[in-house]
Design a protein around this ligand. Structure first.
Ligand code: G3P
Ligand code: MG
Length: 266
């Protein structure tokens, strides 16, 4: 994996599939990654956490209740136990049979599809350091050389610090809700190369301050093309969206992106 601590090497597209393509397929599943690719995304974002047997899995919530037919806290279940549950039928019967994927399995799929990734470190409370270290170890072992270097991110400064210490060369993004007044000191302290924030709580002046300081700014979760156009017009590098097809089509309309342009498969 090449060193991507320089943000200019990240090759970020303007549209990144959120949890795969969460409006069109069950989030954080192989089907979701395939759907994101089919809908034109070049990169996906997904969330990684630990099982009881310290395996990295792709799952957003602390529990499996919302996104599977099982119940329980993921960090208290083994990978084998988690794999028994259906992670697709809750979304739509067509996706019955999907499983909560291991991080390794998703990386293999990204390699097949040619998808880049923002890997969000989503630790259960108290597991920030071990989760970050485990994710970094998987990336160092398994990230396909033909893909663009991955971008880690987290809301947890402890996790970001652990990722930095374990693998300083893997690029890190600082995830905020609203960008706080002291954002720059925090981002510099942790050696992050990008800033990620909640699009609903972003004002143009803040965007200008971050971008003006030389940090690519990314915003989640943007499902309206008009808002995506506005944010990219402010100079944001990318938006995370549940519906990459809708956003890509919306950007094509006013010429900010073309069917052959960035973020779009031809
Ligand atoms: O990484 C962007 C976004 O995914 C952060 O929020 O809760 O959807 O993981 P969440
Ligand atoms: Mg996320």
């Amino acid at each position: 994996m090449s060193d991507a601590t320089d943000a200019s090497q990240l090759d970020l597209p303007p549209v990144i599939g959120h949890r795969g393509a969460a409006a069109a397929a069950p989030e954080n599943t192989p089907a979701g990654m395939r759907m994101a690719h089919r809908l034109g995304a070049r990169w996906v974002e997904f969330d990684v956490r630990l099982t009881a047997d310290a395996q990295c899995i792709v799952l957003h919530d602390d529990t499996i209740d919302r996104t599977s037919d099982g119940r329980g806290v993921a960090a208290r279940l083994t990978l084998a136990a988690l794999r028994r549950y259906d992670a697709g039928a809750w979304f739509d019967k067509r996706f019955a049979g999907e499983r909560i994927p291991s991080f390794d399995e998703i990386i293999v799929l990204l390699g097949e599809l040619g998808l880049g990734a923002n890997v969000e470190i989503k630790p259960a409370p108290g597991q920030e350091v071990e989760t970050a270290r485990a994710i970094v170890a998987v990336l160092q072992r398994s990230w396909p050389a033909h893909l663009p270097p991955p971008l880690l991110s987290s809301f947890s400064p402890v996790a970001l610090e652990a990722a930095r210490d374990a693998a300083p060369a893997i690029a890190r993004g600082y995830l905020f809700g609203r960008v706080p007044a002291n954002w720059r000191a925090e981002v510099e302290r942790l050696g992050c190369v990008t800033v990620h924030c909640d699009a609903r709580r972003l004002e143009q002046a803040t965007a200008q301050a971050v971008i003006g300081a030389g940090y690519p700014l990314l915003a989640y979760t943007v499902n309206r093309p008009e808002r995506a156009r506005e944010l990219l017009g402010w100079g944001l590098s990318a938006v995370f969206t549940d519906c990459p097809d809708r956003i890509i089509a919306g950007l094509s309309k006013d010429g900010k992106s073309s069917p052959k342009g960035p973020g779009i498969h031809t």
